[in-house]
Design a protein around this ligand. Structure first.
Ligand code: URA
Length: 242
């Protein structure tokens, strides 16, 4: 992050309120930079990486600036959508973050009934680098199956010829590893609709539970419980493409 921004615009884009509301916050002395209450909401301030540690709003450190990337442990039962009915992944984040501009979006989607590693970002370039099939970023899932594996699934998934019902283009090769008679790890580089569930359906099985534990070489951290999220470090982002 570099350059400068007007304080009112910066805070409005981070969802703290309308420009008018921000001017009010400043008048009340609620916006404090380097320990000193800001006097004028139209002041331009340098957008340095350490700004969230130096700028406080209502006694709380500033939210992350744009260019943010988060990892979330998506629980079962929440939907990756901005507007559907029921519990949404965005409900797991601070309410103000729904009003950020640029908006935070999920990097691809997990089904409502799928749990595990879900990334969110406001950085469109990063998002496309991760989901583009051309980049071959592997997404790894653990599937719990209704019926025992037959033994030929790994070869069929690896063949590059498996066709999903209703589609005309075969799937790219995928890597499957058996974990038990009724569970498997599967790494895919595409992101077709309900892909893992449909792949197991194509080989005569049924996925009862599905969990994503890795994107590229980035694993879901063991200390990130269902519903919890955290900001990604540059090392985390690099691991996606490692
Ligand atoms: N494949 C699925 O079937 N569901 C997901 O949520 C992700 C991949």
């Amino acid at each position: 992050m570099s350059g400068t921004a007007r304080l009112d615009r910066l805070l409005a884009n981070l969802g703290y309120g309308s420009r008018n509301e921000i001017h009010q916050l400043v008048r009340f002395g609620a916006v404090v930079l380097d320990g000193v209450p800001a006097k004028d909401a139209s002041t331009r301030i340098p957008l340095t990486d350490d700004l969230p540690a130096r700028l406080y709003v209502d006694g709380e450190p500033l939210d992350p600036l744009s260019g943010v990337a988060l990892m979330l442990h998506k629980p079962v039962g929440v939907t990756c959508s901005h507007k559907e009915a029921g519990a949404l992944v965005y409900d797991l984040l601070p309410p103000r973050w729904r009003r950020r501009d640029p908006a935070l979006s999920t990097v691809g989607r997990l089904d409502k009934e799928t749990s595990g590693l879900l990334l969110l970002t406001d950085d469109g370039t990063l998002l496309h680098r991760i989901i583009s099939p051309k980049k071959h970023v592997a997404k790894r899932y653990v599937a719990t199956l209704a019926r025992p594996l037959q033994g030929d699934e790994a070869a069929r998934f690896a063949s590059g010829t498996l066709m999903l019902e209703g589609e005309t283009k075969p799937l790219a090769p995928a890597v499957m590893e058996m974990l038990s008679p009724t569970s498997a790890r599967l790494s895919i580089t595409e992101g077709r609709y309900h892909q893992v569930r449909r792949m197991f359906a194509a080989v005569g099985n049924h996925v009862e539970a599905l969990h994503r534990d890795r994107i590229g070489a980035l694993s879901l951290p063991a200390d990130l419980g269902p519903g919890q999220y955290r900001q990604m470090s540059s090392t985390d982002v690099a691991a996606i493409f490692a």
